[in-house]
Ligand binder design. Structure first.
Ligand SMILES: NC(=O)c1ccc[n+]([C@@H]2O[C@H](COP(=O)([O-])OP(=O)(O)OC[C@H]3O[C@@H](n4cnc5c(N)ncnc54)[C@H](O)[C@@H]3O)[C@@H](O)[C@H]2O)c1
Length: 360
């Protein structure tokens, strides 16, 4: 294990963060995690239920603080307590619809949170960062599969996507101004699935933003029907096409990015994390039904404003430079998510779960 061993993980109680921490711990990193539970479940003693399970999976310890990134003093105090070598910044709010209704909330949380973090990192001489970006920064693609050289920032149809784009711009600017910065922005495509143990998965507090929890809520009988937005796109079955990637592949992509930052000075680099395969929403639903033996009644309604028709990655740059490639199939994404859902019909919630921010 190299000298860069303690990773500060923001938003680590959330879906991608918790899965990533499993991979970080398995790779020998130590983690210090913060989350404010705005979109993740806390237990009776203020702990993260997901991260307790991560400890059970890995047999390792997770140092956790409940902390809002908007509270810069709290952040500073945590940095003062630990020798942080590197940061992975997952913490953000991510609901496209909500971001259109409450743009200020999104700009404040995602942009000020990032600014506070960067200032504290600079203050403590920590310049290594992996940032959770998104394929939404590309807007409607001009060509497919989409490469990192595709233009960004044009026609981004929602505030959430703009926060990712603005942060990418900020990161590029600071890396020009100060060459000490060593930053990788990872543009995720569409994460699905769960850890194969079934112990951790996706359990948002805010109304679901992603499709897999919705499909599986229908499968388990908590929702009567799946609504598919748009059946008249110019795709073979009329539904939108996405690049679904297993969350464990995404997790290993972060370890690959961290390893790269330690090996060589990148200043600022951007990588797509996707499979390179386009899959339609209907294909996803059919695959889920086939591999889980469930039935998913669905209805197709009007397109949702701002939705993109077809988007899938060219992930060759990450393969070449980060030596990372997605391994898991669409079937595995469905089977693993279904295992998580059936083992935890109410997600991380139990009667004793304290819900300070909960909507449900
Ligand atoms: N899930 C996706 O489809 C997807 C796709 C592309 C990019 N991303 C990005 O990846 C990151 C992780 O996504 P996720 O799916 O795990 O989301 P998530 O909501 O499950 O996790 C984000 C975590 O950040 C926390 N958080 C938010 N604001 C915070 C703040 N101010 N202070 C402290 N904690 C805060 C939330 O409580 C949550 O636990 C996000 O930045 C998201 O925008 C997600």
């Amino acid at each position: 294990m190299s000298h860069l061993s303690t990773v500060f993980v923001t938003g680590g109680a959330g879906y991608i963060g918790s899965h990533c921490i499993v991979e970080l711990l398995s790779a020998g990193y130590e983690v210090v995690v913060v989350d404010n539970f705005v979109n993740s479940v806390n237990g009776p003693d203020g702990e993260s239920v997901a991260l307790k399970r991560v400890e059970a999976i890995t047999g390792k310890t997770v140092t956790f603080y409940e902390c809002d990134l908007l509270d810069k003093t709290a952040l500073e105090n945590i940095f003062a307590k630990h020798k942080i070598d590197c940061v992975i910044h997952f913490a953000a709010i991510k609901s496209v619809g909500e971001s259109m209704e409450y743009p200020l909330l999104y700009y404040k949380n995602n942009l000020i949170g990032m600014l506070n973090l960067l200032e504290i990192m600079e203050q403590f001489g920590c310049f290594q960062l992996v940032f959770s970006s998104s394929c939404t920064v590309y807007g409607e693609p001009n060509f497919l599969p989409i490469t990192e050289t595709h233009s960004v920032g044009h026609n981004i149809t929602n505030v959430y996507g703009k926060t990712k784009y603005f942060i990418e711009e900020m990161l590029e600017d600071i890396t020009h101004a100060n060459k000490k910065w060593n930053i990788i922005a990872l543009r995720y495509f569409n994460p699905l699935g769960a850890h194969p143990s079934g112990l951790i998965g996706e359990d948002p507090i805010k109304p679901f933003a992603n499709i897999m929890p919705l499909i599986s809520q229908v499968a388990i009988g908590h929702l009567p029907i799946l609504t598919i937005f748009g059946g008249d796109y110019s795709t073979p079955d009329g539904t939108g096409i996405r690049d679904y990637i297993h969350v464990m592949d995404l997790a290993s992509g972060h370890v690959a990015a961290l390893n790269m930052l330690q090996k060589s000075h990148q200043n600022y680099k951007v990588y797509n994390l996707g499979t390179g395969q386009g899959v339609s929403v209907l294909q996803l639903v059919k695959t889920f039904e086939r591999v889980t033996g469930t039935a998913i009644p669905y209805k197709i309604v009007e397109r949702r404003e701002g939705d993109i028709s077809v988007m899938y990655a060219n992930a060759e740059l990450a393969e070449r430079e980060l030596e990372w490639k997605s391994k898991h199939s669409l079937e595995e994404m469905c089977v693993d998510f279904w295992r998580w859902q059936t083992m935890n019909p109410d997600g991380y919630r139990t009667k004793s779960t304290k819900m300070t921010n909960g909507h449900r």
